[in-house]
Design a protein around this ligand. Structure first.
Ligand code: HEM
Length: 117
């Protein structure tokens, strides 16, 4: 059970890597746009994260305040990706603030996960 949980943590980290990596590629290339791969990474991180939010394969209590905040941040990232891709399709451009918020909020969630114990 514990090994299975560790595997789900790995899948969760792959989701984070795909979301942040896809965003970073665009940021470094100075392309202010959202891509499908960002959404794919977010969905992987969300499904694995929600699976980990249930208390199985552990002998300690989960920090539900922390998990609740991570869930809210994830929902905001999801909303920004949704709004961003719709506007991008309609107008061909994306507000820089929306683009930078996606990367920043992804880092905020990773920071909360690692620093808040
Ligand atoms: C973009 C969104 C997210 C990012 C970038 C992210 C990032 C991370 C990272 C980097 C870790 C590894 C921390 C460590 O083991 O030291 C982690 C663990 C974890 N994440 Fe997330 N996460 C996200 C969303 C979520 C959501 C929505 C939930 C559930 C509501 C969640 C639940 C967990 C749980 C339960 C762990 C296992 C370690 C712990 O208990 O803190 N995550 N996350």
């Amino acid at each position: 059970m514990e090994i299975l949980r560790h595997i789900v943590v790995l899948v969760h980290l792959i989701g984070f890597a795909v979301l942040f990596g896809a965003w970073l590629v665009e940021a470094v290339g100075r392309r202010i746009r959202v891509t499908r791969l960002m959404t794919v990474g977010m969905v992987i991180a969300a499904v694995a994260g929600l699976t980990l939010a249930a208390p199985w394969g552990i002998e300690y209590d989960l920090n539900y305040v922390k998990l609740g905040i991570k869930l809210v941040v994830l929902l905001v990232i999801g909303a920004l990706l949704g709004i961003g891709s719709a506007r991008q399709k309609r107008t061909g451009t994306l507000a820089p603030a929306l683009f930078w918020s996606i990367g920043a909020l992804t880092l905020v969630n990773a920071g909360i996960a690692v620093i808040w114990r």
